[in-house]
Design a protein around this ligand. Sequence first.
Ligand code: SAJ
Length: 407
Amino acid sequence: MATLEQKVSDRSARVGVVGLGYVGLPLARRAIEAGYPVVGIDKYLADERSAELAEAGIRVERSFDSVERCDVVLICVPTPLVDGEQPDVSYITDAAKDIAFNLNSEDMLVVLESTSYPGTTRELLLPLLESAGKRLGRGLFLAYAPERVDPGDGRPDYADIPRVVGGLDEESGRLAAAFYRNLVKEVTLVPTPEVAEMAKLLENIFRAVNIALVNEMSLLCRRMGIDIWDVVGAAATKPFGFMSFKPGPGLGGHCIPVDPFYLAWKAKQYDFYPEFIELAGKINKSMPFHTVQWVSEALNSAGKSKKGSKILVIGVTYKEDVPDTRESPALKIIELLAQRGAEVSYHDPYVESIEIDGLEYRSVPLDPRSVGESDCVLILTAHSGIDLDLIRSAGVLVVDTRNVLRE
Ligand code: SAJ
């Protein structure tokens, strides 16, 4: 009877990927490419999506019964916030209970990839999995390996993105590292899951804080009459000790605006209040309001006010070339402009329609008419295919929060 280690090594280990979103799907594809038999497990996947994936060679089940026939189970479920800034780990606990209910009698490796607070794997996942009778080291191996997907095209190949792995015990770490070494070129095994959990949060909080820093600098530069884009471009010439970030209309996506509050929540249990996280959140959350102010100033310069003005928003996704509006600052900006009496329309090739304050907005074509009849064009997300020359040549007011019109 082959051991779990042998099955991981010879790639006969049957792999279950729980959650086929932007993290689970590339992972399932990579595991298949690496030669493992893979089953996707996703309670929420629509039928047509399951059919699409089946055609792409990924068998998808809605029920967790297939866990019983797995040797390795990878958990890639959402970890959002609720009530403002409270972690919602219900997807993790639901998955853990479903997995525990279907554990088989053989050795099994379970790995959590979802971003969460340090301690999630040990304090939340382990007890739920052990509730089914398996024990760590006696049939159950458990590790944490933070996902590092960067949504959007043109990003590095999956196998080229190094991974960090931390096992609940030495054997779990060793097994998990051996598995991921068959998927990616570089795997770093760290002493505990907490180190891996905290490393992921450091990676994303680093981004949130530095984006907030450059956003705050942009506010000061605007007040001082200094072009922040000249400043960022100049600082970026430093070949060491600096990493440039760009100011923008706010912070979107389901990671960077969210993950820092998973750490802030956990830190409070240690009477610790990470001030950078709170401050960065405050600044990044204020950017939509500043963006609306910039539109006011632009309209005022033409003797107009927001009330009654036609504003064409370009791009409503949270970042360029990604069809995702989660936490997108554009949604807040459109809401604020409409509340102040502006007549707002938007163009985004990736987003057919959005609903804001109970009102449905549908993407309009970007053409001489839609641009020409606007009092102000507001560029929030500059997708690769946006016709910038059309906007430049239309001779209308433009607020370009991504500095893409600069020749
Ligand atoms: N943003 C700025 N200025 C910048 C960079 C980003 O305003 O200089 C804004 C973007 O417009 C976007 C938000 O911040 O609204 C987040 O951008 P992002 O690219 O950091 O976010 P995600 O969520 O698409 O992907 C990130 C990954 N991004 C990069 O490493 C570049 C990575 O941090 C994580 O692997 C991933 O989140 C995750 O899943 O945690």
